[in-house]
Design a protein around this ligand. Structure first.
Ligand code: ASN
Length: 322
């Protein structure tokens, strides 16, 4: 009999009204398991019980360690992680970066609380369990299963605040057709990185956004106040206004890695423009993030910093994992 371990971390899927107008993470992993798996065995373990908007890097490391522990059991065929959707794409990407196992780890959550009249959590959990146990999804890394679609963690992002299917992007690897999982693609995998060490918890990795009239003041402040990484969410293909190229140069000289991503939701960073644009930012030492959005680029950079990658080796290390 196939066996899936479900790790609970909280989120809307585990949330109920707190009597004061707010919904708070309450339910345990055991509460979420549900029924109807036929020949599949599912066991539950609580890792955290929190809204994902409250997570710190230490929590992400804790989740990664629990996944590794679950996979240490040879009787486990796959792992499901239930998680709030707000920052699920960051945890999912960290799990993907360090995943060194054939078995799938599948993240899911819900958009409607556990005590809503028509919660979406039970269906999402059921489908995630099915995906985690499916031998055809071996070798696909960390996945996000939500509202009938299974996609790679890499490249996925929460693209809608309230829709029942909030995630877009990544590689769609499977979808539900009735009660069957139809597998359609396999995402390309990179060499796994080591699990984050304790230093990951305290890495200062900030995100600064470009917009009309933005000055480099916030960027400079991040560096001055001890940031080890600043991700610049540039405009378009990765541009920023007056003063940013100089600020990038100062940051890099001070030993702070600068990653150039984009505030556009989709598409790669392509240094094309001078006059302070992407070509100047990269010439000043910014590392283009490829297709990685600022939030996932930040996770990769923070992991590399925590692993002791020196600033001068950062561009190459970063590129290797794009
Ligand atoms: N749908 C959700 O799970 C959102 C929730 N605020 C969370 O991320 O914890």
């Amino acid at each position: 009999m196939a066996h899936v371990q479900l790790l609970g971390t909280g989120g809307t899927i585990a949330s109920r009204g707190n009597g004061a107008g707010g919904s708070v993470a309450t339910d345990t992993a055991a509460d979420l398991i549900g029924t109807g798996y036929g020949a599949l065995g599912v066991t539950a373990r609580d890792v955290l019980t929190t809204g994902s908007y409250r997570l710190g890097l230490q929590d992400l490391r804790t989740i990664a360690e629990h996944v590794r522990e679950a996979l240490a059991d040879p009787g486990t065929d796959g792992v499901v992680v239930t998680h709030g959707t707000d920052t699920l794409e960051e945890t999912a990407f960290l799990l993907d970066l360090v995943h060194d196992d054939d078995r799938a780890v599948v993240l899911t959550g819900a958009q409607k609380a556990a005590d809503s009249p028509d919660p979406d959590g039970p269906r999402n959990v059921g489908e995630a369990v099915l995906a985690a146990a499916d031998a055809r999804l071996r070798g696909t890394g960390a996945l996000i299963s939500f509202d009938g679609t299974v996609r790679s963690a890499r490249g996925a992002r929460k693209a809608h605040t309230t829709a029942s299917s909030p995630f877009r992007g990544g590689v769609e690897v499977a979808h539900m057709a009735g009660t069957e999982l139809v597998v359609t693609a396999a995402p390309a995998r990179r060499e796994p990185l080591p699990l984050p060490p304790a230093a990951f918890d305290d890495v200062r990795a900030e995100i600064v956004t470009a917009y009309p009239g933005a000055t480099p003041d916030l960027f400079d402040f991040a560096v001055r106040s001890g940031a080890e990484v600043v991700v610049l969410a540039g405009s378009g293909v990765g541009n920023a206004g007056p003063g940013f190229a100089e600020a990038v140069g100062r940051a890099v000289d001070a030993g702070c890695a600068v990653v150039l991503s984009t505030r556009a939701p989709w598409g790669p960073v392509v240094p094309l423009y001078g006059n302070g644009g992407g070509t100047d930012l990269v010439a000043a030492g910014a590392i283009p993030s490829g297709d990685l959005n600022p939030f996932q680029a930040r996770i990769l950079a923070a992991l590399l910093v925590s692993l002791g990658i020196a600033p001068d080796r950062m561009p190459e290390a970063f590129r290797t994992h794009l």
